[in-house]
Write a protein that binds this ligand. Sequence first.
Ligand code: BV8
Length: 233
Amino acid sequence: MAEPDQIVILTGAGISAESGIDTFRDTGGLWENHPIEQVATPEGFAKDPELVHRFYNLRRAALSKVKPNAAHLALGRLQHEFAGKLTLVTQNVDDLHERGGSSDVIHMHGELLSAFCSACDHHWQQLSDLSPSTPCPACQTRGGPRPDIVWFGEMPYQMRRLEAAVQACDLFVSIGTSGAVYPAAGFVHLAKTYGARTLELNLDPSQGSAVFDEARHGPATKLVPEWVASVLA
Ligand code: BV8
């Protein structure tokens, strides 16, 4: 295969699993104790903001107790050493890619360490807990602040930029995602339509496994460094 010159990498919760962050749909995952509708929809937030703030406060606080793993570090190295164009898009809301050496990471589902105000749309970095009575630092509206997370039914971030990058790439790599959530799960089809080679690196076959030209199964901390080494060789 000729050397790729434009790579798009999509990651999901599986790349952070070995850092100790629960995935969503594996047994014991995040959604087991919190039905999606309750904690990851605007309706759920409107119904019980206290519960939803608690769900995200716990995950935000847990970030300081985990660290990037060999897979995050390998992708950081790839970005620094790969001569072509690399687009790293993640469905994850943690900051482990950045702490693993990656920059310009596209968080299409938002970030735990960011918040915005539903009254004035001001966005800011948020490191501490939020509550239904937290005032917006800009317009002072109490209860305006919400986690900067893309919930179900909400438009993911930077979709135009992502679609352009997926159409232009010659290699699309999906790492640690179940392929259960759209539009992210549709990127592999778009990449194939535009002639890219497609590779899945995942613990188990994802829902879209059969669509990929190649699928390798195992832990990300083993598969990702091996794959990065082969690209940089
Ligand atoms: C939108 C934020 C439109 C919350 C998340 C019917 C058909 C098609 C689509 C839909 C439909 N009905 C509704 C929809 C749309 C909906 C959707 O896709 N629903 C699904 C459930 C069918 N999508 C949306 O609503 C999206 N928005 O469509 O907007 C629109 C149009 C116009 C105008 C306005 C709007 C928004 C989707 C975003 C939702 N938010 N997260 C939060 O994070 O708290 S999604 C949630 O799932 C997370 O972000 C997560 O990233 C994402 C995907 O999960 P994964 O990352 O894949 O994690 P998962 O646990 O599932 O899998 C882990 C994988 O890792 C496994 O495969 C496992 O094998 C592997 N693994 C585990 N350990 C390891 C490993 N791999 C390697 N190494 C290991 N060690």
